[in-house]
Design a binder for this molecule. Structure first.
Ligand code: MN
Length: 293
C-alpha cells in the first residue's frame, strides 16, 4: 500500500469554518486536542500539526517522550503553564518556561526527547512543513527566552513567529508565516496579511474571533483575504497563518515528506541509526517507528 499525500487547497477568500477537534485523554483529566491535521482542513499555510495539551491536574505525573526523529519540518513548543525540558541529537539541553519559545528545525534529520516534571502543565506543540527548497537544510535548535510583545488596545499580543504590526519574532523561518499569542480583555481589530490563510484555537476561556465565540476544542479556519480580524472576549488564544504551501504533503509518524520513497528511506535510516545521532542526557530506550503500511 502506498502512503497518500494530502493536498489542502486554501479557501479563495475569507471564511469562518468552526471545525470540531478530536480530543483524546492521555491519562484521566489530561486532554490532548489535535487540531491539525484536521480531516476537513489538514494544513493552514505551512502549519501541518497542532496539539493543544492540558491544562493537566496539579498532580499530573512526570512526562517523558523518548528520543524520536523528525525530517522535513520545524517543531514549535509553546508553554502556557509548567516547565518542560528539550534534549536533542545536536547536544541541546534546554528548559522552557511560559512565554519562551523552543523552535527546532529538523531539516534532513534530527532526534529529540521532551520531558516534564510532575505537576500542572499546559501548552501547544506545532509543526511547520519546510518548503521544497529548505526541507534538506541542516538540523538546528533555537531557544528564544523573550519575544516581541505589543498591544492592540485591550488585546495583548506576543509575536511567536513571523512578523506582526512592525514586530518580528527571532525564530528562523523558511516560508512566510505568522503565529501570535493573543490575550484579549476587550475588543480590538488586528491587522493581518491578506495573502495568508489563518486559523485560531482558544487555549483558555472564550475568545471572540470575527464574531464567533471560540472555546477550546474547536479550530476556527478563517480562509484567506483578510487584512484585519476582530478579536475580543476574555481568554487566551493562538492564531496561526501563512502563505498556502501549494504542495502536496505526506505526513507519516514524525516525518513530513513528499513521496512514499522518502518516508521509507527515513524510516530505514532511523532503524539503522543513521538518520540522527543519540540524544545525550536521555536515559532509556528510544521510540521505534511503527510498521509501514
Ligand atoms: Mn517530536
Amino acid at each position: 500500500m502506498k502512503l497518500r499525500a494530502r493536498h489542502a487547497a486554501p479557501a479563495t477568500g475569507p471564511v469562518r469554518d468552526a471545525l470540531d477537534v478530536r480530543t483524546t485523554e492521555l491519562l484521566p483529566g489530561m486532554a490532548l486536542r489535535r487540531a491539525l491535521p484536521h480531516r476537513d482542513r489538514p494544513f493552514v499555510g505551512p502549519w501541518v500539526f497542532l496539539d493543544h495539551f492540558g491544562p493537566t491536574p496539579d498532580d499530573a505525573p512526570a512526562m517523558d517522550v523518548p528520543p524520536h526523529p523528525h525530517i522535513g519540518l520545524q517543531t514549535v513548543t509553546w508553554v502556557v503553564e509548567g516547565e518542560m525540558l528539550h534534549l536533542d541529537s545536536l547536544g541541546s539541553r534546554q528548559p522552557i518556561r511560559p512565554g519562551q519559545l523552543n523552535w527546532m528545525t529538523a531539516g534532513r534529520g534530527i532526534a529529540h526527547a521532551e520531558l516534564a516534571p510532575a505537576g500542572r502543565r499546559h501548552g501547544v506543540q506545532l509543526w511547520v512543513a519546510l518548503p521544497e527548497g529548505a526541507r534538506d537544510v541542516a538540523p538546528a535548535f533555537e531557544h528564544h527566552a523573550a519575544l516581541p510583545r505589543l498591544a492592540h488596545g485591550p488585546v495583548d499580543v506576543i509575536v511567536v513567529a513571523g512578523a506582526h504590526a512592525g514586530h518580528t519574532s527571532p525564530a528562523t523561518t523558511h516560508s512566510p508565516l505568522v503565529a501570535l499569542d493573543l490575550r484579549p480583555h476587550g475588543a480590538a481589530a488586528l491587522p493581518l496579511d491578506p495573502a495568508f490563510e489563518h486559523a485560531v484555537v482558544t487555549l483558555d476561556g472564550v475568545v471572540d474571533v470575527d464574531g464567533h465565540g471560540l472555546a477550546p476544542g474547536t479550530l476556527l479556519y478563517l480562509g484567506t483575504g483578510r487584512s484585519s480580524l476582530a478579536v475580543g472576549g476574555s481568554g487566551h488564544a493562538l492564531l496561526i497563518g501563512g502563505a498556502p504551501l501549494g504542495e502536496d504533503m505526506l505526513l507519516w509518524w514524525n516525518f513530513v515528506a513528499r513521496t512514499d520513497a522518502e518516508i521509507r528511506a527515513a524510516t530505514a535510516a532511523w532503524a539503522e541509526r543513521t538518520l540522527a545521532g543519540p540524544v545525550p542526557g536521555h536515559e532509556g530506550p528510544r521510540l521505534e517507528a511503527p510498521p509501514l503500511p
